[in-house]
Design a protein around this ligand. Structure first.
Ligand code: SF4
Length: 272
């Protein structure tokens, strides 16, 4: 970020689950913006980003009074029916500013007090390990899904230079599992990876999800195409991986070490 975060009180925190998240009653974003700024992130083409002058990845707004707002909204939503929450759809809930701001932690505390029927935590940050105490209070009503698009650190750096290293994410999955928090490794979007990748995951998780731009960007790959992602593959001489069938390479490799029902593809892998 160029300047410090901006603090804003949101009107609402729980949004209706739609499109790719239609299996959920709600989505929940503790922040607006994302400092990881991944090259392939299609949120940069959504209104949340296009209405801003600053480039996607350079700004983050911190949601003020988030816990109090969620407490009220969650209570109301639960009175109406089943509440399943996807956190987060257009940011990473474990932004670097979360170390200090603890917005996500405050939301987890609210949910530990008054649990939704299910909470899916989608992140690529090792910081989630700080909140193991709260995640455990949600018992089987939570799953932490750690994005691990590849096992190759050079590939990770090429596509997402500002995101946390792969080794730290794998270590975090190990710590979460040891503590008893339900987890999964989410290979999304599929980036070029090695044949050894499934073996590296096998001892850490019992469930994996595979997704790519073509199935998972909500536009059949169009959004990602217009980001010019292909050139990033070409720079690595790996354009064969920029293909609607490339996920099958990873899926087949995973199926050699994981049972079929534990290798989930696209939307199924993110469902409650
Ligand atoms: S972490 Fe997620 S929301 Fe943030 S830039 Fe990367 S893909 Fe986009």
């Amino acid at each position: 970020m160029k300047f410090g975060p901006v603090y804003k009180t949101p009107k609402t925190l729980l949004n209706k689950g739609t499109g790719f998240l239609s299996d959920y009653s709600h989505s929940l974003n503790p922040y607006t913006g994302c400092s990881f700024g991944c090259s392939y992130c299609y949120v940069r083409q959504m209104p949340v980003s296009t209405f801003r002058k600053e480039e996607w990845g350079t700004w983050v707004d911190v949601k003020k009074e988030a816990a109090e707002i969620l407490r009220k909204e969650l209570h109301k939503a639960k009175a109406k029916g089943k509440v399943t929450i996807f956190m987060s759809s257009s940011t990473d809930p474990y932004q670097p500013v979360e170390y200090k701001e603890k917005v996500t932690r405050s939301l987890l505390a609210v949910m530990a007090d008054d649990p939704p029927d299910f909470l899916f935590v989608q992140t690529r940050s090792p910081l989630v390990r700080r909140d193991i105490d709260l995640l455990l209070l949600l018992k089987e009503k939570v799953r932490v899904s750690m994005t691990v698009e590849t096992d190759l650190e050079t590939v990770r750096k090429h596509f997402t230079p500002k995101a946390p290293p792969i080794a730290a994410r794998l270590k975090t999955l190990e710590l979460l599992a040891e503590a008893g928090v339900p987890t999964q490794a989410t290979i999304a979007p599929v980036l070029p990876s090695s044949e050894a990748f499934p073996d590296k995951l096998k001892s850490l998780v019992d469930r994996v999800c595979v997704d790519d731009y073509f199935m998972g960007d909500g536009s059949g790959g169009k959004r990602t195409r217009s980001l010019g992602i292909r050139s990033l593959y070409e720079e690595l001489g790996m354009e064969q991986w920029y293909d609607p069938a490339a996920y099958r390479i990873v899926q087949e490799r995973l199926l050699t070490v994981f049972p079929g029902d534990k290798v989930l593809v696209s939307q199924k892998g993110f469902a409650p």
